[in-house]
Design a protein around this ligand. Sequence first.
Ligand SMILES: C[S@@+](CC[C@H](N)C(=O)[O-])C[C@H]1O[C@@H](n2cnc3c(N)ncnc32)[C@H](O)[C@@H]1O
Length: 224
Amino acid sequence: MEEYLQAFALKPSDLLGKRVLDCPSGPDSFVAEINALGCDAIGVDLIYDKSAAELEAKGRADVSDCLEQMKLKPEFYPAMDFETFSKNKKLALESFIADYKKNRKRYIHASLPNLPFADRTFDLVLSAHLLFVYSPLEEDGYLKSGNLNLQWHHQAVREIARVSAREIRLYPTVAMNSAPRRHRYIEPIIADLSANGWRVTFEPSQYHQLSMEMNDCLVARRLS
Ligand SMILES: C[S@@+](CC[C@H](N)C(=O)[O-])C[C@H]1O[C@@H](n2cnc3c(N)ncnc32)[C@H](O)[C@@H]1O
């Protein structure tokens, strides 16, 4: 939760009393922790058709894989303490697994660009570390072979916007694998949101595991 609040430039008080969607929510503890504080939060991820045991095994393997990959590119994570990162990810996984077993209804199996919610169901929709990051390598993303191209991003952001009554926040917005600059999809995504009644701004993120330059969260607010 702490990392999420930093990434999205939010305080817990910004979320209290609000209906919040986190998509993708991953094997992470944000939903568990923010609900414990009195927020009404739901997580969506395509992995939520799996059992708690499967998710725990995969989560532990992913933390190790992720750490190995990150250690190969230390210049991209200038402020990273890899051991603390690993320890915190394992704690988050344990907290998620406990909540996934206890409050299964908070975790919805679905896949962007299709969300099983009515229009304007949530006050705020958060999306971290999927959009932009999972775009193709040659288009500022991380994926060597992937089909989360610009068209997919337009569909995904429109869907995220559809289910939000007020606000959406997307993170990160920086191009992967390049000198710090905005991801090339950001401009067309802003144009699309603006044309559909949203006002877009950026807020500096406090989450300093990526490069500190261009480390902004995209914030879009519904105008009507
Ligand atoms: C890097 S994790 C990010 C999780 C979390 N948001 C965070 O920042 O820690 C990416 C997540 O996206 C999920 N995912 C990938 N494609 C998806 C899609 N089309 N719809 C929903 N979730 C997706 C994966 O299952 C994975 O849990």
